[in-house]
Design a protein around this ligand. Sequence first.
Ligand code: FAD
Ligand code: SF4
Length: 493
Amino acid sequence: MSPTAKKSLNPLSLKERIKVPRQLMPEQPAEVRAHNFSEVNLGYSPELAQQEAIRCLECAKPTCTVNCPVGVKVKEFVELIVIGDFLGAAAKIREDNVLPAITGRVCPQEDHCEGKCLLSKKVKPLGIGYLERFVADYEKRMGTHIVPSVPPTGKKVAVVGSGPSGLTVAGDLIQRGHKVRVFEALHELGGVLVYGIPEFRLPKQIIREQLDYMREMGVEFETDVVVGRTVTIDELIGEEGYDAVYIGTGAGLPQFMNIPGEHFNGVYSANEFLTRINLMKAYKFPTYDEPMLDLQGRDVAVIGGGNTALDAIRSALRLGARKAYVLYRRSDAEMPARAEEVHHARQEGIDFQMLTAPVEFLSDGKGWLTAARCVRMELGEPDASGRRRPVPIQGSEFNLPLSVAVIAIGTSANPIVQSTTPGLGTNKRGYIQASEETQRTTRKGVFAGGDIVTGSATVILAMGAGRRAAKSIHDYLTTGNWETAQESPAPRA
Ligand code: FAD
Ligand code: SF4
């Protein structure tokens, strides 16, 4: 732990800071929130935020920043919270992160900033995500945001997909004076942030406000446009005169288990299940009635252990499920979901059946799901992913009565754009090939990033790719140079 040379504005000594406990996030009681879709976490008050902020050790080489995919200057923004300059703290975060109200809520901080916090060698890490969320929400309450005015460059860019990577590209490029139009296949903007992550984790109003801000800055949006069907990339560059195109179409194609009975009524992909809840507004039950998702008194299981699985099963619980199971074929240690979501799900009464996988779905003979035939697992040697391979235990099969099963074992790339864009290179799994530094694809003037390049990842990684792409697109537009583009400094949000 090495303090900085600059005089600290923190009133506590390093020893005193370690003694301050991590401030708990106020939250709805588990037994209450299990029956509503309101946000689980209620947010820090200014006092709690300052009490948490004074725990920061102000390391000379802050590993939190190095481990944040967009390099948020954690030490600097936390110090501004310590002295009560919350708007200054928000501005400091926005230098690197255009969506702090979102990342503060959904980043897997334990894998990024907080995972490398030096405090965690002795005590709990600094609540960086909680603090980020606090300043973003504070800024919103104060109603202070500056709409930058930039002279137009005369260049125009098409962004395909309105998820976090597309929105980041659009936000960065509009601030460099380029005209930007975002094309979205669905009728709502926001990508997984809207159709995947439920209201109780990320209120849709936050995305709407972000979109309003982007509209104020001049970004244009067009929904219900499936690029590759309604219009092709070649048409955007040719007839429609776009100077560059960014593809941020995500990885939304659901994967199935390919086990008997997966076609029965009552078996859903997580994608369909969550889209019905989020976009067809089943979460506003009974105001909006989505008959296919009447789960009152029914037994529901989700298969998988990621954020998607937990979002699906916690939504099912809120829609009235009697029993809500997670069936995961590995153990707690391998679960990819955010630690906080696993903790919250357990508090809410989700039944985690670890080391368990379905091998077949059973029906009533009329095509309706009645049970999952499951097998217990033990962990063997590590597989290609480095995680220990689940191995079925002979003779451990049992039937779990169910009326709804949700498959959340992963997604893959939707091929529409790739298959309609000649010369656009893809890898063997169908993801678009793009440079890691510049997000340039094999087609001149076409850039790509986020899940459509990496496979299903995280919001902040998608945003990081969007940020790199915006720099690279700007460079291409201003120099016309495709081969040896230079990186240029990021805009200030
Ligand atoms: P997306 O968010 O998938 O957006 C792509 C957009 O492109 C979509 O709106 C799609 O409709 C649109 N599109 C696709 N094809 C076309 C086309 N041909 N024409 C026009 N538009 C098109 N990450 C976290 O960091 N924390 C979490 O807590 C978390 N929870 C998650 C929960 C769920 C349920 C899911 C599914 C994912 C979660 N993730 C989480 C992962 C994260 O949301 C993704 O990694 C991230 O959204 C990827 O961003 P993206 O911009 O690449 O793509
Ligand atoms: Fe941490 Fe995410 Fe904020 Fe980066 S953007 S500091 S990883 S919460």
